[in-house]
Write a protein that binds this ligand. Structure first.
Ligand code: F6P
Length: 359
């Protein structure tokens, strides 16, 4: 008997179900032994508190196109891993106990950066763990791509497209805030795909004067509207010069809901232009996976299952230079993948005339 556990951890995304379908279908087809699947509910919480469902092949049928996660998810912050739960439970010990009690051969963990750190810890504690790179943010180190990314780029791009028509009708400046946590992958890709005039991302600190210049130049050239795409983690040059502690203090003291409001206020102060803010928010994680995500999720799921059948644990499934592979968890856990400010897409966008606010 091959006994495997499955869990989805952290923020959800469109291609989690498609990935689990890939894992389970492959195990059922390729395993020489009968397979038992334990689906843990709400991420690591299910493993801590023994909340699971016995599942089989049929439970994963029809999931290729279904967003969200049938298992549910939650965040179990890595930095609090060794802090007992409110009821006194030792999280790491409880997870190990559940794994051993159910006599699992392998745990598949679909999660982003924080969750991968926990997966690495469990692997170091002796569990057989295989991680799969989930996140709309595409910031997982060690893989070119994460599942969820292209679907969220699609949603964000559609939002920019829709704003374009109304912005041009009214001759307004629009500040559109796009998710991505501490990195700028979604705003960069959606900004280019949506034809933004300005893209502000955390990796390229901006000077508001450069943004104002774009708006004024466009005015002079007869373009009555400007689309400014702002990453939720965008920072100015002054903010980038602060220490991490000082910057955290600044963010904590923010009186506006988010960075888009601060940037819109600055533009308003300096130009007096009519400005609107649009924030697609969690729609960027919702709905169906796009075709690219369905394919990548399937590849990740299949490779994870094959890795399990070969007994290769302590790894994350990845794509490097277009090739599917496994990377050791200890090499990737705790690191972030940032946009390269000198990378091709940034260079090409700049050549086209898109401003990143840095010059
Ligand atoms: O990591 C995915 C993500 O959507 C980020 O882009 C965003 O910063 C965060 O999660 C939002 O988290 P929550 O769902 O907890 O509001």
């Amino acid at each position: 008997m091959l006994r495997v556990g499955l869990l989805t951890s952290g923020g959800d995304c469109q291609a989690l179900n498609a990935t689990m379908r890939g894992i389970v279908k492959t195990l059922y087809r390729q395993s020489k032994e009968p397979v038992e699947v334990y689906g843990f509910e709400d991420g690591y919480q299910g493993l801590i508190y023994e909340r699971y469902r016995m599942m089989d092949n049929r439970d994963f049928s029809g999931l290729l196109t279904r967003g969200g996660t049938v298992l549910g998810t939650s965040r179990t912050p890595f930095k609090l891993l060794d802090t007992p739960e409110a009821d006194g439970v030792n999280k790491v010990q409880a997870m190990k106990d559940t794994y051993r009690k159910l006599k699992l051969d392998c745990l598949f963990m679909l999660g982003g950066n924080g969750s991968t750190k926990t997966a690495n810890r469990l692997s170091q504690e002796g569990l057989n763990v295989i991680a799969l790179p989930k996140t709309i943010d595409n910031d997982t180190y060690g893989t070119d791509m994460t599942f969820g990314f292209t679907s969220s780029v699609e949603v964000a791009t559609r939002c920019i497209d829709e704003i374009h028509t109304t912005a041009s009708s009214h001759g307004r400046v629009f500040v559109i805030e796009i998710m991505g946590h501490k990195v700028g992958w979604i705003p960069l890709y959606a900004g280019v795909a949506g034809g933004a005039d300005v893209i502000l991302i955390p990796e390229i600190p901006y000077d508001i004067e450069n943004v104002i210049r774009v708006i004024e130049d466009r005015d002079k050239a007869g373009s009555r509207f400007t689309i400014v795409v702002v990453a939720e983690g965008a920072i100015s040059k002054e903010e980038a010069a602060l220490s991490k502690k000082e910057y955290k203090k600044l963010v904590a003291a923010r009186t506006t809901p988010s960075v888009a409001y601060d940037i819109a206020a600055e533009i308003d102060k300096r130009t007096g232009r009519e400005i609107r803010i649009a924030i697609p928010g969690h729609t960027q994680r919702g709905g169906q996976p796009d075709a690219q995500d369905r394919i990548f999720a399937t590849q990740c799921g299949v490779e994870a299952a094959l890795s399990c059948l070969k007994g290769k644990y302590g790894v994350m499934i990845a794509q490097v230079n277009g090739k599917m592979c496994r990377v050791p968890l200890e090499d990737v856990a705790g690191k972030l993948k940032y946009v390269d400010p000198k990378g091709d897409l940034v260079k090409e966008a700049k050549a086209l005339g898109i401003s990143f606010g840095d010059e």
